[in-house]
Design a protein around this ligand. Sequence first.
Ligand code: SF4
Length: 379
Amino acid sequence: MAYETLKEEIIAYGKSIGIDKIGFAAANEFAEMKSRLKLQQDSGYQSGFEKGTIEERTEPTLHLSDAQSIIAIAVAYPSRMKNPPKNKKGSRRGNFCRASWGLDYHHVLNGKLEQLSTFIASKIAGFESRSMVDTGELSDRAVAERAGIGFSGKNTMIITPEFGSYVYLGEMITNIPFPPDEPVDDGCGDCTKCLDACPTGALVEPGRLNAQNCIAFVTQTKGFLPDKYREIMGNQLYGFDTCQVVCPKNKQVDTHLHPELEPEPDLVKPELLPLLSISNREFKERFGSMAGSWRGKKPIQRNAIIALAHYKETTAIPELIRLMKEDPRPVIRGTAAWAIGKIGTEDGLAAIKQAQTNEQDEQVLHEMEKGLAYYTQVT
Ligand code: SF4
């Protein structure tokens, strides 16, 4: 069978199973990325979540010895939700970023890639493939760029002409020499909106991110957060969308093609206070199917505490005092103490002073001091 014809059949089949865009790329190594990745490593700009060595991240043949082409897929996700719940005093809510709306996209895209692989195998003898979504070694964005899914924006996201940057990406390395597609021309022009809007300067130059300074990454860490991030995070529980929201290429883009990727408003904007006492089991039952739960409940709870402090939510004080005194996790005890000080009530002040006498952990004690200092500043 001519590979051009098969390509058309693959695209048509892909559409029928909810793949919104498919592109084909040659499986040569991503030689131009090697020096960039090395520089990122040497600068300490990586998130630490990357998988594999630089070679594994840039050489498709290390994952499929007879790699000939890579099929890149994109699935569009919504940017707006209907009927978002009200965020009011007394029942403040947090926020999960859009990439955590609906079912975990890793499962959704891996399922589609599996179907696609089965389809191609039914058409061609000896077909071999290896698929990846986000957590694989290859860079989804580099593959998508080469395969003509979209151009790489200054915000480091792939921007498609059809769906903006609101797309999930995945790829399949194959042993079939499919003819490659043309890359999409860079469309950022003179715009610098994402660089200007980034509150931490994490976009250190166009197309270059210091992940350590990116709020999306910061929300996923598990330890004590530096104060500068606590002030910026607002009510963000997981991820951060600013560099996508300000992008003119995303203006008016809001795609609703996949019911499984639609947000459940009460889940992606959950009430903060109940999160502080949620059990592991409840957390798994409620949030386990979302991409944003992959780091477990601790970072979400820490971020919820920071969000309550941001709102100066006085109704949270009794629960924060309980956490400060009783929670076995120093990060939670310490962040709660800091939040109590920031909210600044008489009860809170007395509780921090009393808890100081029993606390052994140096970092928690430091957070208590910060909380007391905050209190003194605001009163
Ligand atoms: Fe490019 Fe402007 Fe979008 Fe940034 S905001 S990715 S510079 S178009």
